[in-house]
Structure formats: C-alpha cells, structure tokens
Design a binder for this molecule. Structure first.
Ligand code: SF4
Length: 327
C-alpha cells in the first residue's frame, strides 16, 4: 500500500481532532492512573467532575496514601465499583512506601487493581514505554480493521488482538498512538454504527471493505442479567435521614445505605417518591423509592444529618434514591 502508514495517518487525525480531556493535559503517572481507573466501566462525561475533585482532594500518591479509606470512598461515592477506589488507595500505600511511582510496565502491572490495559496505558502515556494498550474500544477497532470475527471474549483471541496492536504500534510515540486508538474507538468506530465516512483509517479497514464492520466485533459469551426488585425508604426527621452502615467486610464494606421499606412496619405517611434502575455487573436492580416518617430509629439504624451525607461513603442506590426526595 502506498502513502503514509496506519500509525502516521491515525496520529495525524488524533492530533487535529482529540477531545481536550483533563487527563490529557498531564504526563503525571499518578493523574493518568487515577483517570484510567475511573474510566473503567464509566463514561467520560461522568468521570470528569469526579476526577477533578479527586485530584484536588488527593493531589499526589502521598496524599492518597495518607487518606483513610472512608475519605477515599466518599470521594468515589456515586462512581460505583468501589473495589477500584480501595485498590487505588492500597496501591498508593505500596508506592508511597517505595518512594516513587514504578516506571516499567511489569512493576505497574504488579500493583493492586491494575490489569494489562491500565499498566500499558500508564507506562506508555507517562513514560513512553512501547506497549499497546488494548481495551474494549481498541478491540472493536482491531476486529474491524482486520475483519476478524473471532470471539473478543476468549483469552486466545485477546492475545492475538494484543499482538496485532503491538505490530501496529508506533514504538517511537506510543503515548499518542495508544490515545489515538482509544479516541478512534470512542468517537468514530462506534459500537452500533461506525462512522466509516469520517474515519481516518478507512483505507486500511478490511471490515469496511468487506461490508462486515457492523457485525463486528463478535462476543459470544454474554452473562445473563439478573433482575432484582427492591423498595427503599427515605425517612426524614428534623433534617436527618435514617441510614445503616454495612459491615467492614464483604461487598460495599463500610458504605451507608437506606433501609429497605419492608423492615419499617411502623413507617407513617408513606408515599411513593419515584423509581429507577441501577446495574452492577450482571445484576439489574429495579428500585422503588418511598418516603415516610418515623418517631425513633429502629435498632441497627442511625439518623444522619443531611449536611453530613456528602462526607460519608454512600452507595449509589442510596444516592439515587435520595435524589428522588429533594428536601
Ligand atoms: S472504517 Fe469504519 S469500521 Fe473501519 S475502523 Fe474506521 S470506523 Fe471502524
């Protein structure tokens, strides 16, 4: 094929079209790491305000290592997948004890909560290490470019796609190349309708040429969604909300929750306050929210002043339910 190669064309497009996101204005490995962890399973628009608040509160690894877990969880509160925040703090403690941020891919990968994609992203963007970072967006681009219908969920295919990305990688400028691949997947090579007419690398794309891009990537195993119905109660008394705190072990350890309505037989002035759905992994919660009043807190529950709720870790379900009852 004549003309500039894949990486050159892709990088030129990225340089002229990239979205100016806060974590793209830095080469600080800590800031890049925080952004990559927050972006796992979470949309860019949601992450931006959390990222900015988090870095203002914990500006470097030492600040995060000094923080108590409850403070870190409260800064994360609403982003979901809280093991990410716990691992971030655990890793910060490890880094702080060694004195500096690990520089190589392998040592970054050894930190708690960091997988191959995140280690490659941090190593390439912060330190210029030539490692292709392959996340879901990049897998989709690769499967379409190569017109490859192998199952992107299988370990063998993932390894093959990683090799393909390593071959395409611009080893002299892996930071720009990796970010350009992610940006292409996020803004042009979209899951349902790829914008092939706007695509800078369409002349390299076998999926477009063969007319198969819309059917790619192939993902065979799909976990069944488990539906869970629940009703929670927002019980207010004199500017305080009735809540309970989870044990310090297990799922959502240390988080504050609203009571399930079935536990409050004495609830007075019950009224429906709304409904929402919330999905965690392969479980979808259908949540009804009721509001009401109670004279005194039953055992296990505590009254939390409304103005203190933003300072404690509150589960996303409780946060969404509280939003249905603005006081
Ligand atoms: S040509 Fe279309 S399918 Fe191929 S990489 Fe570009 S947007 Fe994706």
């Amino acid at each position: 094929m004549n003309g500039p190669g894949f990486a050159t064309v892709l990088k030129r497009w990225y340089t002229n079209n990239f979205r100016d996101l806060p974590w793209r204005r830095t080469r600080d490995p800590y800031a890049i790491w925080v952004s990559e962890i927050m972006l796992q399973q979470t949309r860019v628009e949601t992450v931006i305000p959390y990222y900015e608040r988090f870095l203002a509160r914990f500006p470097d690894v030492a600040a995060l290592a000094r923080a108590c877990e409850a403070d870190v969880l409260s800064a994360w509160s609403g982003l979901g997948y809280y093991s990410r925040a716990r691992n971030l703090r655990r890793a910060a403690c490890q880094i702080a004890s060694t004195g500096s941020f690990p520089r190589g891919y392998e040592s970054i990968l050894a930190l708690p909560g960091i997988g191959a994609y995140t280690a490659a992203a941090v190593a390439s963007i912060a330190f210029g290490e030539p490692r292709a970072a392959v996340d879901g967006n990049v897998l989709r681009v690769l499967s379409r470019i190569g017109n490859d219908s192998s199952d992107i969920g299988s370990t063998a295919s993932k390894a093959a796609f990683q090799s393909q990305a390593d071959r395409l990688l611009d080893r002299k400028d892996p930071a720009t190349f990796n970010q350009a691949m992610m940006e292409l997947g996020a803004t042009v090579c979209l899951p349902r309708s790829p914008l092939c007419l706007l695509c800078p690398v369409s002349s390299f794309c076998e999926g477009r040429k063969q007319g198969t891009a819309n059917q790619l990537p192939v993902k065979l195993r799909k976990a069944a969604i488990d539906e869970v119905k629940m009703t929670v109660a927002v019980v207010e008394s004199a500017g305080r909300i009735l809540m309970w705190k989870r044990e310090s072990r297990g799922m959502m350890a240390g988080f504050w929750e609203l009571p399930e309505a079935g536990l409050l037989s004495a609830l007075k002035e019950r009224r429906a306050a709304g409904a929402f759905t919330h999905t965690i992994m392969n479980r979808r919660y259908r949540v009804q929210v009721i509001a009401g009043r109670l004279g005194k807190a039953p055992p296990r529950f505590q009254w939390i002043a409304l103005e203190n709720i933003s300072a404690i870790p509150v589960s996303t379900i409780a946060r969404k339910a509280l939003a249905k009852c603005p006081s």
